[in-house]
Design a protein around this ligand. Structure first.
Ligand SMILES: [Cu+2]
Length: 352
């Protein structure tokens, strides 16, 4: 705050830029432009109002004007002070909305990573079946979409350098995306109070150059300590997870991709008894080609098959019954873990 005021006072661009985190994405730059616009316009009105107040207090003080003149309305003035602020706030709304849309809608070619928040760590699950704790490995200059849910309470994913923040809620999926330009480490915070160790629920984005990314994907260990430190929090090289809990670099536990794990789960959980994958009708509808399509429900409602719909269909199938099918699917809530739902979802997504 003091640095901000000093920077404003000196009109020093660098001093001002140092008061916000490094902008490591295009969205961050857009947010900063809006933010500085708001700061300057607030400053303009603050100075203007205080100055007018001082001038009037002196000019119309009691010894000069014993009895003030009675003024009744001024249509011109009233129109001006209604129309200008109206356009101003509408413009600010529109600007915020445009940037928000950019922040919320991931490009279609984004690389997807699943995120599970739990007291008190972040787990990242990649399509190839790898999973890492504390550290999120991504390539630079590629859009990455996080599909997030929580295993217990509400958490919130906040990556200051990317200017993205989104609640992570149990029982549903939320998402954010980013495309970072700066290789190295970017701090992650949980910004929803989630219990005793909330402040220790840290993480790091490890943004890798294309070569490093290829190494990581092929299972090589990355020397994270040798990567560039977070430009905003250089002294803060941690994702920790509490004393003595090292972050994992990512382990491919079974050698199976997420979709392959999902396939195995549909067998072990008995889904295959009622769902085919070739388009044929069994007790329930086939999984083939349903992802991304509209589905008609009993009662006439139409919903799009996305991650949230699949999750609801598994955890609470009676709530939405596909038209023409019996409400006979068993409730799987509590019988499948967060990670199992993710794997099954990826499997259904892969059945195009
Ligand atoms: Cu949390």
């Amino acid at each position: 705050m003091i640095r901000l005021l000093l920077g404003l006072f000196e009109m020093n661009k660098n001093a001002l830029a140092a008061t916000v985190p490094v902008a490591a994405t295009d969205v961050a730059v857009s947010w900063d432009n809006l933010y500085w616009f708001l700061v300057y316009i607030s400053l303009f009105f603050f100075v203007g109002i205080i100055l007018a107040m001082i001038i009037f207090a002196v000019k119309y003080r009691k010894d000069v004007h014993k009895k003030p003149k009675y003024i009744h309305g001024h249509t011109g003035l009233e129109i001006v002070w209604t129309v200008i602020p109206t356009f101003l706030v509408l413009w600010i709304f529109w600007w915020g909305w445009v940037v928000y849309k950019d922040m919320i809608h991931a490009p279609a070619d984004a690389m997807e990573v699943h995120v599970v928040g739990k007291q008190w760590l972040w787990q990242f699950v990649y399509k190839n079946g790898t999973s890492s704790i504390g550290d999120l490995y991504v390539p630079v200059n590629k859009p990455v979409k996080l599909i997030m849910s929580s295993e217990d309470v509400i958490h919130s994913m906040f990556i200051p350098n990317f200017r993205v923040k989104q609640d992570v809620v149990p029982g549903m999926y939320t998402s954010v995306w980013f495309e970072t330009k700066i290789p190295g480490i970017h701090q992650i915070f949980c910004t929803e109070y989630c219990g005793t160790s909330h402040s220790g629920m840290l993480g790091r984005v490890i943004a890798l150059t294309p070569d490093q990314w290829r190494d990581w994907v092929s299972g090589k260990k990355i020397d994270v300590d040798s990567l560039p430190a977070d430009p905003t929090y250089p002294g803060f090289r941690s994702n920790h997870l509490g004393e003595g809990m090292p972050a994992s670099q990512g382990t491919l536990t079974t050698g199976l991709s997420l979709a392959e794990k999902g396939k195995a789960l549909t067998q072990s959980k008995g889904c295959v008894a009622c769902h085919s994958v070739d388009g044929s009708r069994l007790v329930g509808p086939s999984y083939k080609g349903i992802f991304g399509e509209d589905v008609k429900l009993e009662g006439g409602k139409v919903v799009k098959v996305d991650e949230n719909y699949i999750r609801r269909s598994i955890e609470n199938p009676q709530a939405e019954i596909v038209e023409g099918y019996p409400p006979s699917m068993p409730v799987y809530k509590g019988l499948v873990t967060e990670e199992e739902i993710i794997a099954i979802t990826e499997y259904i997504k892969s059945l195009k």
